[in-house]
Write a protein that binds this ligand. Structure first.
Ligand code: CAA
Ligand code: NAI
Length: 705
């Protein structure tokens, strides 16, 4: 196999260019290529120094993650071998960074004798997001270059920093204007270092920055407690802290060995397997049948949002945050003013938390233009309708849009449950109509279900997928069905949670089990946040059309009748003190629950945490299996992405379908079968689940069938 590395000479400097598209990942063959180029250059008396740079979009995305499960990552030369060759090279090595330098790519640069970057280059160690620690010396060298606290921030958050920030911190030694300048400066520095009186300085020897932490070792425990809420349930962030701490208590060699041991342990953990699954699943979700690189797309330069309520305001902010000018329109001035006030309040709160400057907030606000002139939608490349969830109203709006919008404008509806085909059918251009189901709060939640109607064109679908990425969202394509994928799976989950309290549990017990599993909150706390009135309204449409025997628990209806709408009324499943979001159990609710059980002639029983978990999670997996069978999504991993980004399913469990695979589908099937026998057929196992269980297969295998 030819090695994806180029070697050129500029006077006495050997320039090694990584050329392994699309991301210059350090696969075995790239490692061999760099190692051979270095070894040859070290033996060549005409070469006095090296520059390592990347071709294409970036320097490097790091180790080739696909090699983790094949054993190739450990084949010689390993990234560690390569990095050691660089650091110990008697001829100076300069790293020229552009685009992105992540993970092993960044670690390799840390061992070079100098680093130059183009402003805007993103440099960092995102390994923690894959459930591992940096495994090629990053936890030992970064603190030596920039100090322990900044290194902890970077490694434990996994967030890349810009080259400008890296320059400020001392990670990068110089900035270049563009790629020509980058090479020129890097070659010149390599040359200068090669003729200097001193041998190249090794990062491993720069211990000065460690002193502060060595004198104040308690900072590590402080850091642990600082992240304890945010990183709840995750192993890797704490493993990262252990490794950085080791840099301050051990020799460099021992620190490196410690990091290696932790890296290998993390890499083989279930958490890392799950988080790597999530990484690739997110990328798979972008691959949509019928779309390819040849599918043409339109540029979205102007947007319009119809309806300035809960969702419209959030969606308008998404456009503004992405730098796309957007008009928002309403049925009357009062509503428009109220919506704009909400948007302003939202930005002000971000500013007050120090997450945005006043100027940035003003610049974004300036991109949102409120107007009552509906006709102005005619200038938009994309229109997102977010008015009330009423079919007749949506039909009226789409008829008007059809008469006003440009021929190639995308006409999107944010409906959460209505039939996108019926909406599209009122237009003369159903191919331009698509669903964009944002989640609340739309400016925060990352998931967008992109609903492909029967006639949605590939161009519209591809443009909408690209747009969702531009807006910082994760788009998952779903087909038309009642409530689409996310909410359809949520119903059996919330439904079972409510049956459980009729049978003997209490909301706080159920919520604790789900919280401990890793969700940000349990189903009852979620219901209080979303609004018990919202759920009640949905049930008015949905429940009458269900077969009679599919009864639902009516406790939530009783709460609605009592005016307990959730956090907004400070009373719902729980009580909330003024200004607080902390749920507090209320004897009135306990009373209601016990009374309901009595009315239903249910003997309340002790319910185990295990049963609670299985009764909530397995039915949603079961519904996922039905969704797969119906072809509503393309693959099981798409449903994982839906739950990771739509409802905060713990990433270290990979998503519900991956979780099901890891506990075993036979087990899930048997438990569902058992529940079904006791609680009747709203728990009937899906045929696909049954088939895969019988064949001893996984959803992942079904994906590749
Ligand atoms: N290894 C293998 N494949 C990778 C990869 C990696 N490190 N990074 C990206 N890819 C693949 C993607 O899966 C995708 O493949 P498909 O086209 O087949 O789906 C392709 O490269 C392009 O990637 P993206 O679609 O993500 O491209 P993007 O432009 O949107 O983003 C990126 C680019 C920011 C670099 C992003 O790909 C990314 O974040 N990559 C992972 C970075 C990372 O976590 N690095 C650490 C690796 S672990 C490590 O290095 C351990 C160590 O210490 C030894
Ligand atoms: P909302 O009631 O907060 O806002 C709807 C807005 O539309 C109101 O401000 C109303 O004045 C306005 N409106 C009504 N008729 C209009 C017209 N003819 N022209 C312009 N504006 C008009 O409703 P919400 O919650 O924002 O929902 C909007 C849509 O988003 C619905 O289809 C809903 O199902 C969907 N959705 C809602 C979610 C939520 O959590 N609230 C989540 C995902 C989707």
């Amino acid at each position: 196999m030819p090695h994806p590395v180029r070697f050129d000479r500029i006077e006495a400097v050997g320039v090694i260019t990584l050329d392994n598209p699309p991301v210059n990942a350090f696969s075995l063959s790239q490692r061999i290529g760099v190692s051979e180029a270095l070894t040859a250059g070290l033996q060549d008396p005409d070469i006095q120094a090296f520059v390592i740079c990347g071709s294409g979009r970036m320097f490097s995305a790091g180790a080739d993650i696909r090699e983790f499960d094949t054993g190739v990552a450990g084949e010689s030369p390993t990234l560690m071998d390569l990095i050691s060759l660089i650091e110990n090279s008697p001829k100076p090595v300069v790293c020229a960074l552009h685009g992105t330098a992540l993970g092993g790519g960044c670690e390799l640069s840390l061992a070079c004798h100098s680093r130059i970057a183009i402003p805007g280059t993103r440099i960092g160690l995102p390994e923690v997001t894959l459930g591992i620690v940096p495994g090629a010396g990053g936890t030992q060298r970064l603190p030596r270059l920039i100090g322990v606290l900044p290194a902890l921030d970077a490694i434990v958050s996994g967030k890349p920093m810009t080259a400008e920030k890296a320059h400020e911190l001392g990670l990068v030694d110089g900035l270049a204007d563009d790629s020509d300048d980058l090479l020129k400066i890097s070659v010149s520095i390599a040359h200068r270092l090669s003729i200097g009186p001193e041998p190249p300085k090794k990062t491993r020897d720069r211990d000065g920055h460690l002193l502060e932490a060595q004198n104040r070792p308690e900072l590590f425990d402080e850091f642990r407690s600082r992240i304890s809420r945010r990183a709840r349930g995750f192993e890797a962030p704490f493993a990262c802290i252990d490794c950085v701490e080791a840099a301050t208590t051990m020799s460099f060699e021992n620190g490196l060995a410690f990091e290696r041991e932790v890296f290998l342990r993390c890499r083989s953990s279930n958490q890392s397997l799950s988080q790597r699954h999530a990484f690739f699943a997110e990328r798979e979700a972008r691959k949509v049948s019928g779309l390819g690189p040849e599918t043409s797309q339109t540029d979205v330069r102007h947007a319009a949002v119809l309806g300035c309520g809960t969702m419209g305001t959030g969606i308008a902010m998404c456009f503004a945050n992405a730098g796309i000018p957007v008009i928002v329109t309403e049925s009357e001035q009062g509503m428009l003013d109220r919506g704009m006030k909400m948007i302003r309040k939202n930005y002000a709160s971000t500013v007050s938390k120090g997450r945005m400057t006043e100027e940035e907030a003003e610049a974004r606000l300036a991109l949102i233009e409120p107007t009552l002139e509906f006709e102005r939608v005619s200038a938009a490349d994309v229109v997102i309708e977010a008015v009330f969830e009423e079919m007749e109203l949506k039909k009226k709006i789409f008829t008007r849009l059809d008469g006003l919008c440009k021929a190639d404008a995308i006409l999107a509806t944010n409906t959460s449950s209505l039939d996108v085909n019926t909406i599209a059918a009122v237009t003369g251009r159903p191919e331009q109509v698509v669903g964009t189901h944002f989640f609340s709060p739309a400016n925060v939640m990352r998931l967008v279900e992109i609903v492909r109607g029967d006639h949605t064109s590939p161009e519209v679908l591809a443009t909408t997928l690209t747009l969702s990425k531009q807006l910082g969202k994760v788009g998952v394509v779903v087909g038309v069905c009642d409530s689409f994928a996310a909410n359809r799976m949520l119903y059996p989950y919330s439904r079972q949670a409510q049956f459980l309290i009729e049978e003997g549990a209490f909301p706080e017990q159920v919520d604790k089990v789900i919280y401990d599993f890793g969700f940000p909150m349990g189903p009852f706390a979620l219901s209080d946040l979303a609004g018990i009135d919202v759920g009640w309204r949905v049930r008015q449409h949905r429940e009458p059309s269900r077969p009679k025997h599919l009864r639902y628990s009516e406790i939530a209806d009783r709460l609605y009748e009592m005016g307990r709408y959730g956090q907004k009324t400070r009373k719902g499943w729980y009580n909330y003190e003024e200004g607080s979001r902390i749920p507090m159990p209320d004897p009135e609710v306990v009373d209601l629950v016990v009374r309901t059980s009595r009315e239903l002639k249910i003997d309340r029983r002790e319910i185990s945490d295990e049963e609670i978990l299985q009764r909530c999670i397995y039915p949603l997996i079961n519904e996922g299996a039905r969704i797969l069978e119906e072809g509503i999504v393309q693959r099981a991993s798409d449903l994982d992405i839906v739950w990771l980004y739509g409802f905060g399913f713990p990433r270290y469990r990979g998503g519900p379908m991956f979780y099901a695979d890891s506990v075993g589908l036979r087990h899930v099937y048997e438990v569902m079968q058992g529940f079904c026998e006791i609680h009747e057929d709203w728990l009937e196992p899906a045929p696909l689940l049954e088939r895969l269980a019988r064949e001893d297969k996984t959803f992942a295998e079904w994906d590749t069938e």
